[in-house]
Structures are given as structure tokens and as C-alpha cells.
Write a protein that binds this ligand. Structure first.
Ligand code: COA
Length: 142
């Protein structure tokens, strides 16, 4: 797998939208819409490619106070549970440290909380509904 930074609007970015639709929206009966991508030209899009095919992706939204919000983390269904998500997130954290970030935050789906725990994130507060399913804020100093 090769780590790539995807330029907003590029063909790789389009691949990431397709992967996000497949992994994060279709299972919920939803369609990735314009609201989902508002402001993404100012966010960072990182992923793993193999043979020019995007197999995992995430979005980073820089926030005030050296904090980075992780969004839209998705691994291709056929490659889930093989360590790819862990590797991508670990590499993202290295890049964020290099860019001066000290904290990460995310809204975790209940089904993914244990994954983020494995990576050092801690739940904050209570569950809340988003996209019709329970989410919880998780944070980590990086
Ligand atoms: C959640 C997701 C990104 C994790 O990526 P992955 O490549 O499948 O996970 P990894 O193989 O790197 O797993 C790392 C660790 O987390 C655990 N893990 C992975 N997915 C998990 C899940 N959904 N629930 C609980 N634990 C999970 C693994 O067992 C592994 O633990 P271990 O190291 O002790 O064996 C991926 O499964 C995915 O895209 N899921 C569907 C979309 C989704 O829920 N995205 C997150 C939205 S907040």
C-alpha cells in the first residue's frame, strides 16, 4: 500500500467519494451529498492505494488550537480487519505531528469505538444521534 495525499477534485479524490459512499453511506441507506463535502477543499484527504485503486481513506479537518478533526474514515470492505485502518491512522498521526498538531478529535460511530480505542482515542461525554445512528466524541493527544 502506498500513502497518498489526494488533491480536492482530483480523480483520486473522486475515488475516495465512491469509497465513502460504499462504506459509510450505502449501509445506512443514505447518499453522500453536497453538505457532506462542504469545505473539503480546505481539508486534507489521505489514503492508501494499491495498483492505482484507493483501498482506504480519511479526511482531516484542521481546527483551532492545533487540533485536527478526523472524518470519513473508510476501508474497502474486502480489506477490513487486516490492519489497514490502523496503519492509515497511524501514518496520519505522524503527518499531523509534523504539521504541528497536538490533539485529535472525531465523532465515532458506536460500531467503531473499539477500533479507535485500539488507536489510543478516549470517549468524551455521551452518545448522540448522527445520520440516524449513535455516535460519541473521542479524543487523543498526539
Ligand atoms: C472502522 C474501520 C475504519 C477500521 O479499519 P480496519 O482496517 O477494518 O481495522 P484494523 O484491521 O486496522 O483494526 C485495528 C484494530 O481495531 C479492531 N477493529 C477494527 N474494526 C473494528 C470495529 N468496527 N469494532 C471494533 N474493533 C474493530 C481490530 O480488531 C484491530 O484490533 P487488534 O489490533 O487488537 O486486532 C473499517 O473497519 C471500516 O471502514 N469500517 C466501516 C466504516 C466505519 O465504521 N468507519 C468509521 C466511522 S466513525
Amino acid at each position: 500500500m502506498i500513502l497518498v495525499e489526494m488533491v480536492f477534485g482530483s480523480s483520486l479524490y473522486q475515488q475516495s467519494l465512491a469509497l465513502r459512499q460504499l462504506v459509510l453511506r450505502t449501509p445506512l441507506g443514505l447518499v453522500l451529498n453536497e453538505t457532506d463535502v462542504i469545505g473539503e477543499e480546505e481539508q486534507w484527504h489521505w489514503g492508501f492505494i494499491q495498483d492505482d485503486v484507493l483501498q482506504a481513506c480519511l479526511v482531516i479537518k484542521p481546527q483551532p488550537h492545533a487540533s485536527a478533526k478526523l472524518r470519513q474514515m473508510a476501508v474497502s470492505p474486502a480489506l477490513q480487519d487486516q490492519g489497514l485502518g490502523r496503519q492509515l491512522l497511524a501514518q496520519a498521526i505522524v503527518l499531523l505531528r509534523e504539521r504541528g498538531f497536538t490533539d485529535m478529535t472525531l465523532d465515532a460511530r458506536q460500531t467503531a469505538v473499539n477500533f479507535y480505542r485500539c488507536l489510543g482515542f478516549v470517549e468524551q461525554g455521551a452518545y448522540f444521534p448522527q445520520l440516524g445512528i449513535p455516535h460519541i466524541v473521542m479524543t487523543q493527544r498526539i
